[in-house]
Design a protein around this ligand. Structure first.
Ligand SMILES: Cc1cc2nc3c(=O)[nH]c(=O)nc-3n(C[C@H](O)[C@H](O)[C@H](O)COP(=O)(O)OP(=O)(O)OC[C@H]3O[C@@H](n4cnc5c(N)ncnc54)[C@H](O)[C@@H]3O)c2cc1C
Length: 504
């Protein structure tokens, strides 16, 4: 059997130590051939020559696409388990993909190795007696919402209906309902997971409780989640999704209103939800764009108190349109999906701050300064800078459900940068631009004494260190749980992509 070796990056403590350790991996072509005939007939292996391979190798953003040596599509958890055991025994490298919405090449994909694509694990059921839904990790949120709609309930999931479950939930998950019910991950009642030794277990608050907590923010470090039991919320009442726009000249007034919403508004009315963003689109002037949601009756002429400044002229020259007017959150997620179309090159980077009006203005200026004319002329260029509050009620709701591994202790705002462009030849420049802006944001927030430690995994750039920012206590728990459930470090050694727990 032919072998090749890989280099390994290890993070130790709070600093970053690079160690190059040589691991010997089985040649990926050999690994693919080892899969033949080992599984139930519904579980398939596709080589680049098979017609199914092309459509399966597609990602939401082509910037994340790598071409795996083969793609394995298991039909059930037992076959996921067989594959993980085989890969562990034979030292085969692999990647795990649910919805493929990650922006990072190599996170839910792999160039030399096997892609486990979980899209066939797509059951959705609902038990009206318990009020719980069961959903396979291979679903898109839109499938889950559609299956639950006849019961007038919904699950806590993506604001865009096309996002997958596995990455979103194990990374935290921000939903339209977050101010009321906390992180989506904290609305998992239990999870079925395939461990490194192939064992299939169910983890919840009472069984494998430390693992259960660790999965909520711990991404793919412990195993492959195959199925989630999810809490649901009432979706019988009207739900509103609204897009608002304000010109550049309104920016200061908008930031003042954003400060007020972030430092009390979202707690005062947790039925509300706002993403604050600005967009520079090609060489067009900056425009401020808000994605607002309201889980209740909404009338733009007389909006709920915390939303009034966004409509009543306090911020000059507003214009707005409904994604859904007194409709459902399912419709809002579907319509957002129509505007966040797959097929365009994107990257992302993130940071968190304790919200401060002057700091928001400084960050805005940094972003404008860094978005230089030469970047703006790149084909298809647009860049978004966005933030949203994670308030006290959000954090309290999460804590009441048992908590997660993300280590957030106080309210903050999650920020993100998201450029878009057309050509692969601009990939490196766009990633560098994103990291440059995030680095300057970090320095500015530090200087203002407003930098929060937390970084949101699902918005992280592959060059960012995410999990060590969860804080010492949570990182220690993650390390302990990792050592217990994955003693041979299968999900780091053999899965090169994804945000890793420091020290492994
Ligand atoms: C258009 C768009 C809209 C978005 N909107 C939101 C939003 O509203 N709220 C929000 O919080 N985030 C949002 N995101 C970010 C999103 O949460 C992440 O991209 C998330 O990772 C997507 O989940 P996925 O299942 O598609 O992940 P994938 O891309 O399939 O995987 C991402 C990571 O998770 C790992 N992973 C995937 N499945 C499993 C599994 N079953 N077990 C273990 N590890 C697994 C992968 O190996 C990979 O490292 C959005 C992204 C896009 C592109």
């Amino acid at each position: 059997m032919s072998k090749h070796s890989g280099l390994y990056v290890v993070h130790v403590g709070s600093g970053l130590t690079l160690q190059s350790r040589a691991w010997h991996f089985t040649n990926p072509t050999t690994c693919c051939s080892l899969l033949d005939g080992k599984f139930t007939p519904e579980s398939k292996v596709f080589s680049p020559q098979s017609p199914e391979y092309g459509p399966l190798a597609v990602y939401w953003t082509p910037a994340a696409r790598l071409n795996p040596t083969c793609i394995f599509t298991p039909a059930n958890a037992a076959d996921v388990s067989r594959a993980v055991k085989l890969f562990g025994r034979k030292n085969c490298q692999f990647a795990i993909r649910s919805g493929g919405h990650s922006y990072n090449p190599g996170w839910a994909g792999i160039a030399n190795g096997i892609l486990i694509s979980l899209s066939n694990l797509n059951e959705v059921t609902y038990n009206p007696q318990t009020g719980l839904a069961i959903a396979g990790t291979g679903n898109r949120w839109g499938d889950v919402y559609a299956a639950l709609a006849p019961y007038n309930i919904t699950a806590i999931g993506g604001r865009n209906s096309d996002i997958g479950l596995g990455g979103y939930l194990t990374g935290g998950g921000i939903s339209y309902y977050a101010n009321k019910v906390g992180w989506a991950a904290d609305n998992i009642k239990s999870v079925e997971i395939v461990l490194a030794n192939g064992q299939i277990i169910n983890a919840d608050r009472y069984h494998h409780s430390e693992l259960f907590r660790s999965i909520k923010g711990g991404s793919s470090n412990f195993g492959i989640a195959t199925k989630f039991v999810l809490e649901t919320v009432d979706a019988s009442g009207p739900f509103n999704g609204i897009g608002l726009r304000y010109p550049f000249a309104s920016t200061d007034a908008l930031l003042a209103a954003a400060y007020s919403y972030c430092t009390g508004g979202s707690d005062a009315d947790p039925k509300s939800h706002i993403i604050f963003s600005s967009t520079i689109n090609g060489t067009q002037p900056l425009v401020n764009v808000l994605l607002m949601a309201y889980d209740g009756v909404f009338n733009a002429a007389n909006p709920p108190t915390v939303l009034k400044p966004f409509f009543d002229g306090t911020i000059p020259n507003p214009s707005f349109s409904f994604l859904t007017a007194n409709g459902t959150s399912r419709e809002a997620a579907y319509i957002l999906n129509l505007s966040q179309k797959p097929g365009t090159r994107y990257t992302m980077g993130t940071l968190s701050i304790h919200v401060d009006y002057e700091l928001l203005r400084t960050l805005r200026s940094i972003w404008i300064e860094e978005t230089t004319p030469d970047l703006q002329t790149a084909s298809g260029f647009a860049a978004e800078f966005a933030f949203q509050p994670v308030g006290r009620k959000w954090l309290a709701a999460s804590a009441a459900k048992g908590g997660n591994s993300m280590g957030i202790k106080a309210p903050l705002a999650v920020l993100w940068m998201q450029p878009r462009w057309n050509s692969a030849s601009d990939d490196a420049a766009m990633v560098a631009y994103t990291l440059r802006v995030i680095q300057r944001f970090e320095q500015a927030a530090k200087d203002a004494g407003k930098l929060a430690k937390f970084r949101y995994l699902n918005y992280g750039n592959r060059y960012q260190d995410i999990i060590s920012h969860y804080g010492r206590q949570d990182v220690r728990r993650l390390q302990r749980v990792k050592a217990h459930y994955d003693p041979n470090n299968v999900f780091h050694r053999l899965v090169p992509g994804g945000f890793k727990i420091p020290g492994f």
